[in-house]
Design a protein around this ligand. Structure first.
Ligand SMILES: Cc1cc2nc3c(=O)[nH]c(=O)nc-3n(C[C@H](O)[C@H](O)[C@H](O)COP(=O)(O)OP(=O)(O)OC[C@H]3O[C@@H](n4cnc5c(N)ncnc54)[C@H](O)[C@@H]3O)c2cc1C
Length: 399
């Protein structure tokens, strides 16, 4: 079990690699490097390993600390990699949308169209959507923003009910101010299939394998792990002239950095833009709060975007344990927010200015041969877990 504070041992032998960040990317790199015979020290500023995939277990319920994480992939090698380390339980992600008290299926499918238009014939649903999109085409020739793109694809009813308010909350602005390409593809199914993903494999690590935390711990076996240790604070005690030329801080020969790239370079070209989240978790004396793992709130008035009921992410709901003889459940509300001082960076806002800045940071990184940037913060991208593992497995070839 990797938790709690540990300290860097005085006079420790120089390691081959210092990995900054014990999240999924850093942990996969640590495992692969140790398998190749390299020694690694992994540091993380948080109290626990696992980064954003971290889960904890309470009364048999697996709590996803940083929002519901569903593992899905079509990459055979990545699926094998994960299932060799932890047992995965099958899970079908089928979130429900709540708009002003009415419930709809996500992604948009025949359940959704039945609830919105009262039709259960796929051909008729297609005709309704197409007619609505066609009416928009008379007004919009080339979509110049997210709203226009959505209207041309799914028509006004679906847009107004299920996309508009949710998108405005998530990005903190009117969808007309967002670029069209954010939602180039809107999955629409004219079947009753409710699986949100189209991947070959989908599941969650079994609570008996320790959930995602168990996965992180297995990946980190064989490395020295030091928590509650911020690389940037460690660096302040060193000669700034060596920060980029000798990033190992006397601990290691080379560095893999999974923190934010702009922060590493002291925001020399300005800060990259991010959206953050606030999680509000409540333990309730109830057997069931919402009867489902994930309910998205798609209206503009509800301040949160979704509520997760964690027991439904645990062995298909078998986490229905009582606590001290009383019914028990755990829910988390997710509130999107502007990234500010002290917040976690969750979603990169890859607007024009941020991408210009990011490209300049990539230029600086190229001048630092002893450091490699990776993971979602190091590469300033939103990456699903399977993509993070794939990238780490590819990047390891260059080490
Ligand atoms: C709300 C939400 C829901 C998601 N749902 C899914 C999902 O359903 N399915 C899916 O496949 N993916 C999902 N993801 C994506 C998933 O979280 C990422 O793929 C994964 O966590 C990225 O791993 P990482 O190692 O790159 O980053 P992180 O997990 O962020 O790890 C980076 C680590 O570096 C540490 N660090 C940063 N700076 C420093 C420093 N200066 N010193 C020391 N340590 C530092 C941080 O503390 C952190 O632990 C979701 C993401 C979010 C935000």
């Amino acid at each position: 079990m990797i938790a709690g504070k540990s300290t860097i041992k005085e006079g420790s032998e120089l390691k081959d690699f210092l990995i900054v960040g014990a999240g999924l990317y850093g942990a996969v790199m640590a495992r692969e490097l140790t398998r190749k015979g390299y020694s690694c020290i992994v540091i993380d500023k948080r109290k626990n390993a696992g980064g954003n995939i971290r889960t904890t277990v309470k009364n048999g319920i697996m709590l996803h600390e940083y929002g519901a994480h569903i593992f899905h992939t079509s990459d055979d090698e990545v699926w094998k990699y994960v299932t060799d380390l932890v047992a995965m339980i099958p899970f079908v992600h089928s979130p429900v949308a709540c708009y002003k008290g009415q419930f709809y299926s996500l992604p948009f499918n025949m359940h959704t169209f039945k609830a919105l238009f009262g039709c259960s014939d796929p051909g008729e649903a297609k005709r309704i959507i197409e007619a609505e999109a066609c009416a928009e085409r008379e007004k919009i020739s080339l979509p110049s923003n997210l709203e226009e793109q959505a209207l041309l694809t799914v028509g006004r009813t679906v847009y107004e009910t299920l996309i508009k308010g949710y998108t405005a909350k998530q990005w903190g602005c009117d969808p007309r101010l967002l670029p069209a390409d954010i939602i180039k593809r809107i999955p629409v199914r004219y079947t009753f299939d409710e699986d949100y993903f189209n991947d070959k494999y989908e599941g969650l690590p079994d609570v008996r394998s320790g959930g995602y935390t168990g996965l992180a711990e297995r990946l980190l076996e064989g490395s020295e792990v030091v928590l509650e240790t911020d690389y940037l604070k460690l660096r302040t005690g060193k000669d700034p002239a060596t920060w980029y030329t000798d990033p190992g801080l006397g601990l290691a020969k080379k560095v893999i950095y999974t923190g934010a790239i702009d922060e590493f370079f002291e925001f020399r070209y300005g800060a990259l833009s991010y959206r953050s989240l606030r999680f509000e978790t409540e333990e309730l004396e109830k057997d069931d709060f919402q009867g489902h793992a994930v309910v998205n709130y798609t209206d503009g008035e509800t301040p949160y975007t979704r509520i997760i009921e964690h027991k439904h992410l645990t062995l298909g709901g078998s986490g229905k344990k009582e606590a001290d003889g009383k019914p028990f459940t755990i829910i988390t509300r997710e509130y999107p927010k502007i990234f500010g001082e002290g917040d976690e960076r969750y979603y990169p806002v890859r607007d024009k200015l941020s991408m210009e800045r990011y490209n300049k940071y990539v230029g600086l990184a190229a001048q630092c041969p002893r450091i490699a940037f990776g993971g979602r913060l190091g590469s300033y991208r939103y990456l699903d877990m399977d993509k993070v593992i794939r990238e780490a497995l590819n990047d390891i070839k260059a080490c």
